[in-house]
Design a protein around this ligand. Sequence first.
Ligand code: TYM
Length: 333
Amino acid sequence: MKRIFSGVQPTGNLHLGNYLGAIRNWVHLQDEFEDCLFCVVDLHAITVWQEPKDLVANTREVAAAMIAAGIDPKRNVIFNQSQVSAHAELAWIFNCVARLGWLDRMTQFKEKAGKDKERASVGLYAYPNLMAADILAYKATHVPVGEDQKQHLELVRDIAQKFNHDYGQEFFPQVEPLIFGTATRVMSLKDGSSKMSKSDSSDNSRINMTDDIDGIARKIKKAKTDPEPLPSEAQGLDGRPEAANLVGIYAALADTDVEAVLGEFGGQGFGAFKPALADLAVSKLSPVQDEMRRLMDDVAHVDNVLHAGAERANDLAASILEEVQDLVGFLRP
Ligand code: TYM
């Protein structure tokens, strides 16, 4: 059986990278896979401080973005993680399966904890174990994500393998990461060597899903570039990270590839390319943004989707968790 699981943190500033690298791909996958769960991972969000009021609003915003992007809440399960206790319960078991050495290697922890890792939360350190629980609580087989999640998914495979080995049964599947498209790693508009991120202190570094038309156009106009015209072939983008990023974004938004974009714009400068990119971004993003705004005004509908999703997710996870408890040796009534 094939099953998709993926998630987004409700930490605010949902951006173009989240949309192109993840959410938009999920829209395509719902036609290929019958069984998809898309989760707003609020338990992950609190590994760094979240204002409670903001967390509630951001949870609704991520759910609204999923629905607005075209994920059908009837065919798929959309829910927030904290409402399905199996995630936290299985995560504890995985805390006891994963090894400290494995978590020590996680680059995302090092990036997020920064220099002062003594002050990082224990949750931030154990974050990938909770990710493993998210996926394996449903025995999901395929996980569509952006490039930055690759190392975490390798750890999920290690956890599944060790659990299966320790408890002597091929119980959990080996999950397959699905990392595809031209926007698997959208970079900052201000620095082509760092990822577009929710936590970048410069708002100009990213296009937020809540930015208005003028904001999108202004940020693209201000994006860092180099003085050369665009090359005619992809090889010519080597060593030009900012140019490569903007061309990649264009290709993803236009549903085409980098070669086709360079076929059209090769030889032209950014004076011509940036306005074309801004127009394309606005035309592709505004319908999603309009729908997001409409949904954010209809909080009851979004809450209903999340509530119904949590019920379905609970049903799916409960029997798997019981089997895990039996394997581990927990006495059940
Ligand atoms: P999060 O909330 O950071 O990002 C959500 C999704 O967006 C992708 N993404 C990007 N893709 C391309 N370019 C970027 N600049 C960019 N930034 C983010 C991420 O790869 C991700 O797919 N740990 C996860 C959430 C999570 C999860 C899971 C994912 C929790 N449990 C289980 C899959 C399965 C995260 O922090 O995503």
